[in-house]
Design a protein around this ligand. Structure first.
Ligand SMILES: NC(=O)c1ccc[n+]([C@@H]2O[C@H](COP(=O)([O-])OP(=O)(O)OC[C@H]3O[C@@H](n4cnc5c(N)ncnc54)[C@H](O)[C@@H]3O)[C@@H](O)[C@H]2O)c1
Ligand SMILES: CC(C)[C@H](C(=O)O)[C@@H](O)C(=O)O
Ligand SMILES: [Mg+2]
Length: 368
């Protein structure tokens, strides 16, 4: 049987640096675990703009649609800030999400024991934390029409529209309930039904799906602003958090810091299953291109490596090998390996991106 295909889009800034370590991990699974992938690479974001004048070439879009999974590093950077909105690096990523119809974005926030001291919150608030944010990814205010900057009288007005159909809410709610079934069977849905009609509809549809098909799941509803507060006050009250595109963007960065660093958080963006039985899927770290540290060998590759672990679990049904990779990362952290973002006030000598990769590969070897 042919090997599954992976399309790597490393992107900009620290994207290629962290992806370099992921490629070593992919090779390791090929040679040591007989789990080989056919890997191809292409450009996205600013790198694609530099080469083609567009943040995502049509050929790359076609390759992404054909691949069994896409791994993405990060896009964006100050060099591209002044570009027209239509060709900004971030538009490349948004096009991938939209055209692959990746409506369900899984953003786990797990606190590794070795890092519990490092969180800006008290250790007992975050130790053992394991929550999953399910963010709707292809609709809402990111894509709603009308949008734009228009002339109105003698001034300009900027418009974006929060828009959700019942079908869009229904399908992402189902994906959250399915996940909750494999976890602690608790979903908290977050919107602002107190001020937004789209929030009222969101709450109604989520409740209807739960009552009709997931009576075994405990569902609660919370206003998203309270949700942000509760995430910082007592994050362990949550299991699965279901929310829309914009609130999910913000709440997941907030959850990231519970775990110590943005450099630790992976994500999976999943669509409906294709005729291979696999969902369309894109895996990427939650962090961006980190222009402040790009090119210095300082970036933490763990979020990107954990994103590959999610690919093993959600695209290739190899939860066993995903767990092996996650355990290797846990070991390395317990042994004290720290990139600069994981150094506390007490200081110490951080290791480089490549050294973190070396340590993870050694721990993988030791797992055999
Ligand atoms: N999915 C993506 O590709 C994505 C996500 C977020 C932001 N962005 C883009 O990235 C650019 C920079 O955005 P930003 O600065 O708001 O967010 P960012 O995530 O790039 O950086 C925020 C802070 O976290 C640090 N950081 C992030 N990832 C790290 C890692 N792996 N190791 C160590 N430290 C890390 C950075 O150094 C920075 O101080 C912007 O152009 C933005 O649009 C892209
Ligand atoms: C880069 C940007 C388009 C993206 C978003 O806003 O969704 C990022 O912040 C994310 O969290 O993946
Ligand atoms: Mg974000």
């Amino acid at each position: 049987m042919a090997n599954p295909t992976l399309l790597i889009l490393a992107g900009d800034g620290i994207g290629p640096e962290v992806m370099g370590q992921v490629k070593r991990v992919i090779d390791w699974f090929g040679t040591k675990r007989n789990l080989a992938f056919d890997v191809s690479e292409d450009l996205v974001g600013g790198a694609a703009y530099d080469a083609h004048g567009t943040p995502l070439h049509d050929d790359t879009m076609a390759k992404a649609l054909a691949a069994d999974a896409v791994l993405l590093g990060a896009v964006g950077g100050p060099k591209y800030d002044a570009l027209d909105f239509s060709v900004k690096p971030e538009r490349g990523l948004l096009r991938l999400r939209k055209e692959m119809d990746l409506f369900s974005n899984l953003r786990p926030a797990q606190c590794f024991d070795a890092l519990a001291d490092f969180s800006s919150l008290k250790k007992d608030v975050v130790a053992g934390l394991d929550i999953m944010i399910v963010r709707e990814l292809t609709s809402g205010v990111y894509f709603g029409e009308p949008r734009g900057i228009f002339e109105e009288g003698n001034e300009r007005v900027g418009i974006n529209t929060q828009r959700y159909t019942e079908g869009e809410i229904d399908r992402v709610a189902r994906s959250a309930f399915e996940l909750a079934r494999r976890r602690n069977k608790k979903v908290c849905s977050m919107e602002k039904a107190n001020v937004m009609e789209s929030g009222i509809l969101w709450r109604e549809v989520v409740q209807k799906v739960r009552d009709a098909d997931y009576p075994d799941i405990e569902l609660s509803h919370m206003y998203a602003d309270n949700g942000a507060m509760q995430l910082v006050r007592a994050p362990k009250q949550f299991d699965v958090i279901l929310t829309d595109n914009l609130f999910g963007d913000i709440l997941s960065d907030c959850a990231a810091m519970l775990t110590g660093s943005l450099g630790m958080l992976p994500s999976a963006s999943l669509g409906a299953p294709t005729d291979t039985g696999r969902p369309r899927a894109l895996y990427e770290p939650v962090h961006g291109s980190a222009p402040d540290i790009a090119g210095q060998g300082k970036a933490n590759p763990i979020a990107c490596i954990l994103s590959f672990a999610m690919a093993l679990r959600y695209s290739f049904d190899r939860g066993d090998e995903a767990a092996r990779l996650e355990a290797a990362i846990e070991t390395v952290l317990a042994d004290g390996a720290r990139t600069a973002d994981l150094m506390g006030e007490e200081g110490g000598t951080p290791i480089s991106t490549t050294e973190m990769g070396d340590a993870i590969l050694s721990a993988l070897d030791a797992s055999l």
